[in-house]
Design a protein around this ligand. Sequence first.
Ligand code: SF4
Length: 432
Amino acid sequence: MELGKKLEILSAGARYDVSCASSGSDRRAPPGGMGRNLPAGVCHSFAGDGRCISLLKLLFSNACRYDCAYCMNRASNDIPRASFSTQELTKLTLSFYRRNYIEGLFLSSGVFADPDIVMERLVEVARSLREDAGFGGYIHLKAIPGCGDRLLKKAGRYADRLSANIELPTAASLSKLAPDKSGKEILSSMRFIGESCAEAREDSRRIAATPDFAPAGQSTQLIVGATPDDDMALLGLAQSLYRRYRLRRVYYSAYLPVGLDARLPTGPPPLLREHRLYQADWLLRFYGFKAEELLNPALPNLCEEIDPKSAWALAHPEFFPVELSRASMEELMRVPGLGATSARRIVSARRAAKLKPELLPRLGLVMKRARYFLSLYGRALETSIAWEGLRPLLMDRPPASRTPLLGKAAWSGPSGKPMALAVQSQLEFVFP
Ligand code: SF4
């Protein structure tokens, strides 16, 4: 098959995987090599359909033995199949890089043979790029489910990032839609990658010549809306993965219908659901929230109308108002509308001088939402609105235009204290 045709088929096959981003690594080319992967988010961007367009995002092969119902490359799907050779892929990546079309490679594959054989091919492409061509650009390799640790170890030497996609949040969903995959095997790959990353970081503190192991860490993807699993299951799992396996990112990918199958919903979930999950995920990673604070069995889905932080604030009137003159960074960051930068500015400004209401806009704070939740020297910044009247002011859009969320009712009003959900043990719960 002509190379251009393969490229067309195998780039189309990769577009459903959103678990790529090139942030978090600053690999440089060795002397005489080429390429430079710029650090922290400079070299990635996403097209409207979720593709990471600065990376050459390809499948090695779209032939697959497995039959995951949500995947267009599944064995039972009648589509044209193609595979690259390792040499073709290496050449293609280098020629695209030289023309400045891409900044790196995201390489995944269907399971066209034994998982070890498939992983070996992916590793060989990365090895050849690094060692034969001196390629210093970004490489993200997919960990093929079921491949051995020896190959993951090799993959981590050449790749900036590795990702093992868990796809569905419970063992029951996985066995229903992806019966050939084992949640335990995927988690075991994640554990190995997480431990190897930590070891390499630790060793490099003592021995400068320690070889890299996936310096940009690992990520995974969860499909949203292909099963009735609620946001609590998705977010609880994400929290466990961050804690246990030190994942850099969990990507949420709204299910896109790829065929008729009675096990699958007929349409995609509203994109807003994916957006809310990303917002909640951000709160887990950077704002000190726990999944069980945002959701509980009585409230298993994120609110559609209001962002998760505002929804949490409305449910916790006892926490507010937050006193600007003495609140900690953590308390300030729980205020709707205030982020880490705003909280830092407040803390450093009050060290330098007494805070005054008229000085707050000069700190660059966006007070549109925050003013309802703040006080200064015991006086609320905004007294014209009663607590009960805040909800409409915090809505992202009017309820009339909303699209219903999948699953149960999204909002049941202030719920009092968060329930003590044992989210830490979520992994045992979903993958016993
Ligand atoms: S293993 Fe499943 S998700 Fe991956 S390519 Fe094959 S059918 Fe698709």
